[in-house]
Every structure is written in C-alpha cells, then in structure tokens.
Design a protein. Structure first.
Length: 270
C-alpha cells in the first residue's frame, strides 16, 4: 500500500485550513491512502465550546462531500479529522472520517479526551460514544485512533486482534518537555507489542511536536518528517507483519488462560 501522511500547521482560521487541505491533497496524488492529522480544520483554544460548535461539520456537510468527490476522482482512500456536529449535545465529537473511492464513509470518535498537561479537551469536545472498529472498506484492514488514545494500549491490542494491519494515530501532539520522545516511544511501542505498522500523522508549528512518522512492526522508523508542513509517502509491505509475528509471536504467546482483553466482540470489523 502506498500511503501519504500529511503534516499540517493548522490554525484557528477554518477557511485557511480547508485551503491547506486541498493544497496538500494535490501533493498526495498517486497514493492509495491519504492520512490527515488531528485538528485538521480547526485548532481549539480549549477555553469554550462555542468556537468548536461554530466550526463543526456534519457527515453529510460540504467538506465531507468534497472529500468524497476527491476520493472517487483520484481513486484514493482519505482519512480526515473533523469536529463532528453533535445534535444531542452542543459539544461536537473529535472524529476521524474514512472515505474510500467507492464513497463509503466510516468514522471513529476519539475516546480519550486530552485532559492532561493543563489542557482540558473536554471543555470543547464530547467524548466518543463508540468503540474503535476496523476500517475495512475496499482495502487492507486499518485501525484508527486519535492522539491521546496513543497512551492507552488496550484499544490498539483489540484492533490488532481483530485484524488491523496498520494502526493510524491522527495527532495534535502538543510540544513540551519530553513530548517528542514520548510521541516516538509510544508509536514504536504500539507497533512492536502488536506486530503491526503504526502511522502517526501530526500537527506542526509552535504549539506542536511535528515529526509525523511511519513505524514498522520491528519498531524501525521507516519515514519521519521534521517540523515542516508537507507530505511524506511510503510504500508499506504488509508481508513484514507475518515475518515479525513468526519471529516475535507476542500475539500467540499471550496467556489468555490467565488474562485477556475484555469485550473483544465490541470491536467488530466493519
């Protein structure tokens, strides 16, 4: 699979972010899968829900419709991130939306909101109300998580057990002491402990760490950006997963007679 990872420097100007999205999509032509980071359309202030409510998008809104048109025209799968309009609560969801070349739309809503390091994402977003599921529309099984989800190993393990070959983390990973090292270490850990490829698509700029990257099941960094806005492409050979799992059979060696991840059936493939 040829994958394009988009690293953006989004702002609090939605129109500019939408324009940047189209510009960066042009640089991702020829890729099978294009992955955008968290806060793609708007970077929140975390002070009030009003700004996020104002810029929120519905699944049948104009932005998603334009992404469907692009996916169909370019024969691509596109993974975007939007503040998804919530009709039952004023706060939107932080949502990953997967669109394939057939027009299929699948979504994942961020489960773990970033109420840490003096941030309160729960001020502006509603926590996700559905378990993460495999996105398996017209290609290889993909698991999707969003930023702070990276610090929780259980969803990644369940995604791997249900067939994910690659786990993607859309992120606005805020900069700070040790934050880049934590970002890199956690991405590598999720890859090695599950025997999957891991992709981190990140925001860049003064507030964020940048350094989007692709990690192999062995924990090798196959591609890494710096702080620049742009696109990095990578051909992923999924046969490496079988090789790693033969050499390092951590999935088979789990002691499920003693412990197990609960509620695996809740994470069905769709």
């Amino acid at each position: 699979m040829k994958i394009a990872i988009v690293q953006m420097g989004s702002t609090s100007n939605k129109e500019e972010n939408v324009e940047a999205t189209y510009r960066l999509l042009e640089r991702a032509k020829g890729s099978e899968l294009v992955v955008f980071p968290e806060y793609q359309l708007y970077v929140p202030t975390f002070e009030s829900k009003e700004d996020m409510t104002h810029v929120s998008e519905s699944i049948d809104g104009s932005f998603i419709k334009s992404m469907i048109e692009t996916a169909q025209r370019e024969h691509q799968k596109i993974l975007v991130n939007i503040p998804e309009k919530n009709y039952f609560n004023l706060k939107p969801f932080n949502s990953a939306i997967y669109i394939d070349e057939l027009g299929l739309i699948l979504k994942y809503r961020k489960l773990h909101l970033f109420d840490a390091f003096n941030f309160r994402e729960s001020n502006v977003f509603e926590k996700g109300d559905m378990p993460p599921r495999i996105f398996n529309g017209s290609g290889d099984p993909i698991g999707v998580q969003i930023c702070y989800d990276l610090r929780f190993p259980e969803p990644a393990r369940i995604l791997a057990l249900n067939g994910a070959k690659i786990i993607i983390y859309q992120a606005g990973w805020f900069a700070g002491e040790r934050k880049y090292d934590q970002w890199k270490t956690l991405l590598k850990t999720r890859a090695m402990e599950n025997g999957v490829f891991v992709v981190g698509a990140a925001q860049t700029g003064e507030r964020f760490t940048g350094h989007s990257m692709v990690i192999s099941p062995y924990g090798d960094i196959l591609a890494e950006m710096g702080m620049e806005e742009g696109v990095v492409t990578m051909d992923i050979d999924f046969s490496l997963i079988d090789k790693y799992r033969d050499e390092v059979p951590v999935i088979r060696h789990r002691r499920t007679d003693i412990y197990d991840v609960l509620d695996v059936d809740a994470f069905k493939m769709i």
